[in-house]
Design a protein around this ligand. Sequence first.
Ligand SMILES: *Cc1c(COP(=O)(O)O)cnc(C)c1O
Length: 457
Amino acid sequence: MSGTSPYRQLPSVDRLLGHSLLDPLVEQVGHDKAVHLARALLDEARAAIRRGEAPPAFDDLARVLADRLRAAARPSLRPVINATGVIIHTNLGRAPLSDAARAAVDAVSRGYSNLEYDLEAGRRGSRYVHAVTLLRDITGAEDALVVNNNAGAVFLILRALALGREVIISRGQLVEIGGGFRIPDILAESGAILHEVGTTNRTHLRDYERALGEQTALILRVHQSNFRQVGFVTQPSLADLVALAHAHGLPLVDDLGSGTFLDTRPFGLAYEPRVQDSLAAGADLVSFSGDKLLGGPQAGIIVGKAEYVERLRRHPLARALRVDKMTLSALEATLSAYRRGTATVGIPVWRMIAASVDSLRERAIGWADRLREAGVEASVEESVSAVGGGSLPGETLPTWAVVVRPSSAARLAAALRVWEPPIIARVEDDAVWLDPRTVLPEQDDALVEGIVRCVVG
Ligand SMILES: *Cc1c(COP(=O)(O)O)cnc(C)c1O
């Protein structure tokens, strides 16, 4: 091209897309999207020239476009390395699935399944039969229903059992779970009428007793989940609430939030009410999440008395909240680890909770050694991990973290976040802390490599 116009020195869209750097990328993104990105980049270059800048070199343009095409080719939702030490990290997808759960999803989703087919009868079956036997076996419940998530489970219960009628709940349990999910809001949306009793810190059985009336549909207990009250605090026992509800012919519904089948105390954690304990205390319906302490897929699990579960199952809203075959298969595989008694070895969340301090220290030392060999200053220091996910607030597990102290911890943490795969670390005391507890063993190499490249370049 002749002429002195700097604009004439810019390549055409076609010539730019033909650059060897972009060869596999254009195909990955799709031709139209690639053309769109190339045009936008050339527009930017023309604007820069208008401001008096020199036209960019052909190879530089191609390099920038290659980065943009790579970014466009990446899925929006993708794996990250969780080095925060928060085991059930709601922002990072909560519970990682077990090998068995992933294999079950793969088996059931790559072809057809008996999702709604009765194999013995050779006719239409119900998706609601799956996972029920496992849940019954593990919890001792009469019946069970799995829906999309626990917020949906609570909503369905209130709608089906308390529409236009009163639900009695303690003022100490009118909690906000996170992500804007507030118990009073969900009650209002369901069409149930909130009847709050007691005070923020103290609610007595007699408070519930006084509130009972013609309009009462049920008594609801909600796990406080993400905060803890200490000091001058009281709540009636679940057994007392159950006795009161039953004396008036009403159901007691217990929203456990996280819900666990295993006793948390042997792991050095506070007591977290188990699903079995609530049922043994007489709760008519107990609801909990599939992807918190259970360590399975996102789901809302309801267990309890058959007459109530059946009413929920028949409600039209159940259809709107139903789960798909991938959720059910992952859940069944997760549940069967509990029934076998292998949850602490098979389910990642429990493996992380059960990890010994010595094994974590050993891993941290291994990371630090490799980092130092590559020229990154790193120390190994005592720290704490958290369970997270709105369970066991304030409870921590002792751990050892790798600590990197660059000139700017915030800048290193930001670089790690946009690394591929993204590495999410904690910033504390102007240092970057990486906790091995939540990093899957197969991610060790990628983690060390990512830190080295972000620090050393
Ligand atoms: C987390 C939680 C919920 C919501 O559960 P999702 O599975 O996130 O919908 C409801 N109630 C309580 C008490 C919780 O802790």
